[in-house]
Design a binder for this molecule. Structure first.
Ligand code: HEC
Length: 150
């Protein structure tokens, strides 16, 4: 009985440790996942940027479609910064893991700014969209400057 309980406790501990990594079979998978999420987010965010910069005509409906995708994608990359994914095909700096709290704060700042851009986009007011687009861009840059290699 006692042995069984110990075995059960050991198993529970193991499962907890595995949970964080459970989404990804290999570290490379986590790296691929977060890069893909950043790429899709960046692409749809960039389409709004093209309207903000006047490179393409403003289209309120298209802006809404793009910001919905960018908002969803903005929530995805950060679960993939798990232990062991600081090397390989990645530009992530090792500081991410030694300053995880600051990194997470930078991530949630960007997510908040993106949510505000989403709200601004729904108003259809290009000036409001422009102003908030700039704030999101700053939040991307702030994190890249600190935590992404050139
Ligand atoms: C909290 C930090 C953080 C924020 C905020 C952030 N990024 Fe990044 N981004 C990274 C890191 C770290 C990488 C490198 C990932 C890797 O190579 O594993 C990256 C990589 C990328 C890439 C390249 C993906 C690839 O295929 O190599 C793009 C594009 C990108 N980010 C766009 C953006 C945009 C656009 C924003 C703002 C809307 C943004 N990021 C906000 C940390 C951040």
């Amino acid at each position: 009985m006692h042995k069984l309980m110990l075995a059960a406790a050991a198993l529970t501990g193991l499962m907890t440790a595995l949970q964080a990594a459970a989404q990804f079979a290999k570290p490379e998978d986590a790296i691929k996942y977060r890069k893909a999420a950043f790429t899709v987010m960046g692409s749809h965010f960039g389409r709004i940027g093209a309207m903000v910069n006047g490179r393409v005509p403003f289209d309120a409906k298209a802006a809404e479609t793009n910001i919905e995708i960018a908002t969803t994608m903005s929530k995805l990359p950060y679960v993939a910064f798990i232990e062991g994914t600081d090397k390989g095909e990645t530009r992530a700096k090792p500081e991410i893991w030694s300053e995880m709290d600051k990194f997470r704060t930078a991530a949630s700042t960007m997510q908040d700014e993106m949510a505000k851009l989403n709200a601004a986009t729904k108003t259809g007011n290009l000036d409001a969209i422009k102003a908030q687009f700039g704030k999101v861009g700053q939040s991307c840059k702030a994190c890249h400057d600190n935590y992404r290699k050139e």
